[in-house]
Design a protein around this ligand. Structure first.
Ligand SMILES: CC(C)(COP(=O)(O)OP(=O)(O)OC[C@H]1O[C@@H](n2cnc3c(N)ncnc32)[C@H](O)[C@@H]1OP(=O)(O)O)[C@@H](O)C(=O)NCCC(=O)NCCS
Length: 241
């Protein structure tokens, strides 16, 4: 794999990288060489080869890109984990703060990289909305609003909102230790937005920004995606799509 160097994101930018996880045997072998012992152990626990390969291609490309920002070989990138599993980089550059978050769904991965802004990213394949899903994901107020939407809009709105919520919970690093209705949205607002309430607090909500990833996943028009941060005034910069 060719070594290359990347310029750090500007302080108000969030770089977005997307890639296909279904790669050749040779690429999987190359990525495997760059993984840590812990990652190889985790890869070994997947029941299906397809899922193992996708994990290796996800972590391998994550390491390659982080290494390029840090001027390090991919295997030299050192990762640690928050209490709920959010990975962060312990090999930090001298003059900026590398933050990142990864998401994958089916055969695609998406990575957000920023300079000091704690980010969360989520991509989702748009699929049929089962009856139980709005109950599991939405607050009472969101459910009432969802019920008033025309049938034709419901699927897109459901997955757009789902991606917003998961991106926020991943920015916090809690994931679903907090319930999905911790972040509440106005479902009438499509695209970039701010939550209405965070844990019932409208003042806290005002600190958050959520940017929509149109076609959340590269080459998958049937996908939704969002990037979230508790930070004002930042923009997405698409690096390879
Ligand atoms: C974070 C969470 C929502 C991700 O769900 P998912 O369906 O795998 O979704 P995504 O594909 O978008 O994200 C996966 C990636 O998010 C990152 N991630 C893992 N835990 C995370 C967290 N708590 N916060 C933010 N990002 C996290 C990882 O990079 C992971 O991919 P990788 O392990 O292949 O590197 C889910 O795992 C969760 O709720 N975790 C917290 C609760 C928990 O399980 N805690 C105990 C773990 S120690």
């Amino acid at each position: 794999m060719t070594a290359f160097l990347l310029t750090p994101p500007a302080t108000q930018d969030v770089h977005i990288w997307r890639w296909n996880l279904d790669v050749s045997d040779a690429e999987i072998d190359g990525y495997w060489q760059t993984l840590s012992e812990q990652e190889r152990e985790r890869a070994g626990k997947f029941r299906f080869d397809l899922h193992r390969r996708r994990f290796v291609a996800g972590r391998g490309e994550l390491r390659r890109l982080l290494g390029a920002y840090l001027g390090l070989a991919p295997h030299a990138v050192s990762l640690d984990y928050g209490t709920e599993g959010k990975p962060f980089c312990t090999s930090q550059p001298a003059h900026w703060t590398l933050c990142f978050n990864l998401s994958h769904s089916d055969n695609t991965a998406a990575l957000a990289v920023s300079n000091g802004i704690e980010v969360g990213i989520d991509v989702e394949i748009v699929r049929p909305v089962e009856e139980s899903m709005p109950v599991e994901v939405f607050s009472t107020r969101e459910r009432a609003q969802f019920a008033t939407l025309p049938e034709a809009q419901r699927q897109a709105v459901f997955f757009e909102t789902w991606a917003r919520k998961e991106a926020c919970l991943k920015a916090l690093g809690t994931g679903f230790i907090l319930p999905p209705d911790h972040f509440e949205f106005d479902l009438a607002v499509r695209g970039d937005t701010t939550p209405c309430c965070v844990g019932g607090d409208a003042h806290e909500a005002a600190h958050w920004r959520i940017q929509t990833l149109q076609n959340g996943m590269q080459d998958r028009p049937d996908s939704a995606g969002a990037v979230a941060a508790r930070h004002a005034d930042w923009s997405l910069v698409f690096m390879n799509s």
